[in-house]
Design a protein around this ligand. Structure first.
Ligand code: CNA
Length: 244
């Protein structure tokens, strides 16, 4: 393992991890902006993903939204990779205090992480827009519960919406406040697998006041110059060394 990374982790007592889609690519979930990412997938509808996964589009055309969503954003077979496992391990060892993620796949919790701030929600949670009834992912994927492709509430017939922050929607204040609090108290912030271009999420790292900022990303990103350590390698391979 990178010597400096090992040393920083050893000396830290309050690590926070801030991550994005790149954390889950080694679990075979594509990210948005790499060459194989979702934004490069040929578009069936001639519309940008930003348009399709926006709030107004969901309201106007939930059937097309769900067609895209179910085919491109749901990976039921995905399992945590070494990055998720290593972060859960660090939390268990009481070194890491929180994971702040832009991901919506629930893999950090599946790996055992407890204190997770999901800035953009989770595909595992869904609610009826009319009565609020909760539904899991299995429910919305089962065509028996759908009219066309649109999942409907079994209680009131309302449309069920994923608890995922769509474009044009705001982030949960409670989640943001928790994330800001955790980041501002951290002595080490590890930022990994994110291009840091999606705001307001990316802005949260500015609350970091601690000693060491570590960036782990396959590609160089613009924040590199502010970091104590930059590692341009796959994050599962890098953090996975902590499990050995
Ligand atoms: P992004 O903009 O797609 O950036 C991902 C970054 O990770 C890129 O800079 C890649 O170079 C890098 N990367 C890819 N694989 C690895 C790897 N194995 N190791 C290290 N780095 C890697 O994604 P962001 O998270 O920055 O953008 C935020 C969006 C993407 C959020 O709104 C997410 O909800 C959304 N998203 C989430 C998922 C998911 O839940 N798994 C998947 C795709 C997109």
């Amino acid at each position: 393992m990178d010597k400096k990374l090992k040393q920083i982790i050893e000396e830290s007592t309050n690590i926070v991890f801030f991550g994005g889609a790149g954390v889950s690519t080694e679990s075979n979930i594509p990210d948005f902006r790499s060459e194989q990412g979702l934004y490069n997938a040929r578009q069936k509808y001639g519309l940008s993903p930003e348009r399709i996964i926006s709030h107004s589009f969901f309201i106007d055309d939930p059937e097309t939204f769900y067609d895209y969503y179910k085919n491109n954003m749901i990976y039921r077979e995905a399992r945590p990779n070494k990055a998720h496992m290593a972060l859960a391990f660090l939390e268990k060892k009481k070194k890491l205090k929180a994971v702040v993620t832009q991901n919506i796949d629930g893999l950090h919790q599946m790996a055992g992480s407890k204190n997770v701030f999901e800035l953009h929600g989770s595909v595992l949670r869904n609610n009826c827009m009319d009565c609020g009834e909760f539904y899991d992912l299995e429910y919305i994927m089962d065509s028996e519960n759908c009219k066309g492709r649109i999942p409907k509430c079994r209680k009131c017939g309302g449309t069920v919406k994923p608890d995922v922050v769509l474009y044009e929607e705001g982030l949960s204040e409670e989640v943001i406040n928790g994330a800001v609090m955790a980041i501002s108290k951290a002595d080490t912030l590890i930022v990994g697998g994110t291009s840091l271009v999606v705001y307001p999420a990316a802005g949260l790292i500015n609350y970091f006041r601690g000693k060491d900022l570590i960036l782990i990303n396959k590609q160089r990103i613009s924040h590199d110059r502010n970091a104590s350590l930059v590692i341009n390698q796959p994050i599962g391979e890098v953090l996975g060394e902590l499990l050995l």
